[in-house]
Design a binder for this molecule. Structure first.
Ligand code: GLY
Ligand code: MN
Ligand code: MN
Length: 445
């Protein structure tokens, strides 16, 4: 895809930040050298075809958007990072090339043969006290001890730190957002034009300028009751008659960084489903406005359950009080997933459940085991805020307090599947900046 241009000055600052971060992680481990293989595509079983290659995220953070296989980056204190780059002639595939910004910022050794590259890396290790591998263990035959291959505390420290985005990363996430939102608008128009799920997905891909293999995650394009399947994975070719709703959860990548965006639409403006969408949208925006450093994300998640309870009462979907809907766990049936997760080089970015840089785990509450983000909220974190309100038969059927639900109101809504509204936000010193809404506003009209 063609993301907006890359700011080389921001990239250089980003590299300076990474150097400090990795030096600190190496020092904490007592190591003096990190080896970051980009990795190699894994073939399907007994096949010569592979799923789209995703580089080792540690490598991708240093060399964004370069999906080169078989290369290795070396990081050591007090020296520029060195890239052993696997290139060379090829007539089966287009060989990888390095952009100028990488040539300027890194020391580079070029190899046309993977074995030569491995022995060059081994030679570099010869003089160091303790090298450590950060990436796929089978990428190179380096004879490192078990403790030196992705050691737990070292990995935890890096994963913990990855939650704090540099200005460069924020810039790339804004680019990913702009592309994703352009796709969303094309998809919404395809829905309003009566398109099938398949046609809507094609509109999303064209609008966001992506092919399927470039997507951050498979787009969820759900018409009607399919919206009640949280990770619905098909693209129905038929145009369903009388579809009442459309949920799209789809994002884009820019130089490896992701956006993760959901919108829900009603085909009948003004109906109860449409009103519920507006009401949940308001709750979502109010929640983003409440984000402050120092809170924990668990607090937000629990608060959203109370807000969902209030909606259930306000729309007459339950007959009990909001407090009872929360206490009786009725809200769990209507909102069965976590409020959100960290976002970055991975859609569900690493480090969401850490309580400290050493990898101490901050467990989710027993009632909400699927909550992926339990950290305290701090500036430069980027996470999603994605409340949902669904009408999922298997979850609603399991509600024990049958009389607490107004089934006459709830059952017709099952044909609409459900609602999810998902934005990506960056935490600031004062609160949170919504990355997604301004992108929609820019493209409105
Ligand atoms: N698109 C997957 C999620 O929202 O977590
Ligand atoms: Mn998400
Ligand atoms: Mn999503």
């Amino acid at each position: 895809m063609n993301a907006s241009p890359f700011d080389v000055d921001l990239y250089r600052q980003h590299l300076g930040h990474l150097q400090e971060e990795w030096e600190a992680a190496l020092a904490a481990l007592g190591a003096d050298f990190a080896v970051l293989p980009s990795g190699n595509a894994a073939m399907y079983f007994q096949d010569d075809q592979a799923p789209p290659f995703h580089p080792n995220p540690h490598f991708a953070r240093w060399l964004p958007g370069q999906e080169c296989e078989g290369s290795v980056l070396l990081v050591r204190p007090g020296a520029r990072a060195k890239l052993h780059f696997l290139g060379g002639d090829d007539y089966w595939h287009m060989p990888p090339t390095l952009p100028e910004w990488a040539e300027d910022a890194l020391d580079i050794a070029r190899h046309s043969d993977a074995d030569d590259l491995s022995s060059a890396v081994s030679k570099e290790l010869a003089g160091c006290k303790r090298p450590v591998l950060a990436g796929p263990a089978d990428a190179l035959d380096l004879n490192l001890g078990l403790d030196d291959v992705n050691p737990k505390e070292f990995t935890a420290r890096l994963h913990y730190a990855r939650a704090y985005k540099t200005d460069f990363e924020l810039d790339r996430m804004r680019a990913a957002t702009a592309a994703g939102v352009a796709g969303h608008i094309a998809a919404r128009d395809a829905f309003l034009g009566g398109g099938s799920e398949f046609e809507i997905q094609l509109a999303f891909l064209a609008g966001s300028s992506q092919v399927t293999s470039e997507l951050p995650y498979p787009s969820i394009i759900a018409l009607g009751e399919h919206a009640g399947i949280l990770h619905y994975q098909h693209y129905d070719r038929t145009r369903p008659a009388g579809t009442r709703s459309f949920l799209i959860d789809a994002g884009a990548r820019a130089d490896g960084f992701h956006s993760d965006i959901t919108r829900t639409y009603s085909a009948s403006p003004g109906d109860i489903f449409d009103e519920l969408i507006d009401a949940l949208d308001e709750k979502q925006q109010a929640m983003v406005a409440e984000v402050r450093p120092g809170m924990t994300y668990v607090d937000l998640h629990v608060k959203m359950h109370h807000e969902i309870a209030e909606l259930l009462v306000r729309f007459g979907l339950v007959r009990c009080s909001a407090e009872a809907a929360f206490e009786l766990k009725i809200t769990d049936a209507f909102f069965p997933h976590g409020l959100g997760h960290l976002l970055g080089l991975q859609t569900h970015d690493v480090g969401g459940q850490f309580g400290a840089p050493d990898g101490t785990v901050a467990e989710p509450p027993e009632r909400f085991p699927s909550l992926r983000l339990t950290r305290s909220i701090e500036p430069r974190q980027v996470f999603t805020v994605e409340p949902g309100l669904y009408f999922i038969p298997m979850l609603l059927d399991a509600i024990e307090e049958r009389d607490a639900v107004d089934w006459e109101k709830v059952e017709p809504l099952m044909a609409c599947g459900g609602i999810r509204i998902e934005d990506n936000v960056v935490v600031t010193a004062e609160g949170a900046l919504n990355l997604t809404r301004p992108a929609f506003a820019n493209l409105a009209g």
